[in-house]
Design a protein around this ligand. Structure first.
Ligand code: SF4
Length: 380
């Protein structure tokens, strides 16, 4: 990244310590790709939770301690006794050809758990395996790396890069249940999107070693989760092709963060002006700064972004149709706010050429609604 852009992002973040991307924040890029505010907050390493809290909209985002404990317990169970349960589901449920399993624990290298050291060690082992001379099948907690917006981001898959039939698979272990072969689609999407960041990072590592990345790393994610209402694991393949492609596009967009930065007003900052650990910046000044950047709120922001309550309030204030979600938003093509919708429906607003068809539909809907109201009143 070039220096002026870097300086500009540092100024946006202000005095706060830089927050690194992780698989969860990378996955969020794919969830709301049009949001400039999120792109800038993440690229500048700003602390979104602290900003939202100081703006008066603390985030309810993040996993509960109960969910974390449940997730850790399930992961331990799947890995117990030399990965016995994991191997069973990979063989029985997915029919993968799993030969004798050699396992590599990459949590540290001879007691050294620094990210750079672990990454170098991971690279050496995984490249060797991809070249066909590795001695292992399971690589537990490999340390991967991606360059995102000019910064190195270390990513650590929950479990495993797993090698079967000459390909690596990323395995995601999650504690939400698969009931009668179905899991909650929102949770599956979130788990898969995180795994996509690992697929991209692993492919990147192998590409740099001259290995065909698409052939070497599957874009089928292996999801391991509790079966029905038991603690017994089951597994499913999740096709992540589209999500890998979408996240790759978003990462490329971050490389072009320069274009977004250039549109910002001079001197814009999200600094909280802390003193003695307490944010001192006047709240109005902070919200004025945030309001100067486009945010495309949608209901599922509540699942993946710390700024969601702030952006929802802002969308409501602007009477933005974003609040209804992208599907409903698209139905109103060319009409941006609830105020415009009502104005066109009541015939109080002259439609532009682009809005004329929508205006006819809205007036028709308003007439039907009025007739129904009248009929209802007559019958009452
Ligand atoms: S909550 Fe706000 S900042 Fe976050 S992705 Fe949604 S619109 Fe963008």
């Amino acid at each position: 990244m070039n220096a002026p852009v870097d300086d500009r992002l540092t100024a946006l973040r202000g005095s706060a310590q830089r927050r690194a991307y992780n698989a969860r924040s990378l996955a969020a890029l794919e969830n709301n790709p049009r949001c400039t505010l999120r792109a800038l907050l993440d690229a500048s390493g700003s602390d979104k939770a602290a900003i939202a809290e100081h703006a008066g909209y603390p985030s309810a985002f993040g996993q509960s301690t109960f969910a974390l404990a449940r997730g850790n317990a399930f992961e331990a169970l799947v890995k117990a006794n030399g990965y016995a349960e994991l191997l069973r589901v990979l063989r029985e449920t997915l029919g993968l050809t799993v030969p004798e399993v050699g396992n590599r624990d990459l949590n540290d290298v001879g007691g050294d758990s620094r990210q750079e050291i672990r990454h170098t060690h991971t690279t050496r082992l995984l490249v060797k395996a991809a070249q066909g001379s590795g001695d292992s099948t399971l690589y537990d907690h490999p340390m991967l790396r991606l360059t995102v917006g000019g910064y190195a981001v270390f990513l650590e898959p929950d479990l495993v890069a797993f090698r079967a039939d000459d390909r690596f698979y990323i395995v995601e272990i999650k504690s939400f249940p698969i009931i009668d072969g179905q899991a909650d689609p929102v949770q599956v999407k979130s788990a898969t999107t995180q795994a996509c960041a690992y697929v991209i990072a692993l492919r990147d590592m192998l590409r740099q070693a001259g290995i065909d990345p698409e052939a070497a790393v599957s874009d089928q994610i292996v999801l391991v989760a509790p079966k029905d209402f038991t603690n017994r694991p089951t597994a499913a393949f999740v096709d992540a092709r589209k999500q890998v492609a979408a996240l790759t596009r978003q990462l490329a967009r971050l490389e072009r963060i320069k274009d977004l930065v250039e549109l910002l007003p001079e001197g814009l900052t999200f600094d909280l002006a802390p003193d003695g650990g307490q944010a001192q910046r006047p709240v109005e000044e902070l919200t004025d700064a945030l309001d100067q950047v486009d945010a495309t709120y949608r209901p599922d922001c509540l699942n993946h972004c710390e700024m969601a309550f702030y952006c929802r309030a802002r969308a409501r204030e602007d009477a933005s149709l974003d609040i209804l979600g992208p599907e409903a938003r698209e139905q109103f093509g060319g009409v941006d706010t609830a105020t415009m919708v009502m104005g066109l429906a009541r015939g109080e607003l002259t439609p532009t050429a682009d809005q004329s068809e929508m205006a006819i539909a809205l007036r028709h809907a308003a007439r039907l609604r009025a007739e129904l109201d009248q009929a209802y009143r007559g019958a009452a």
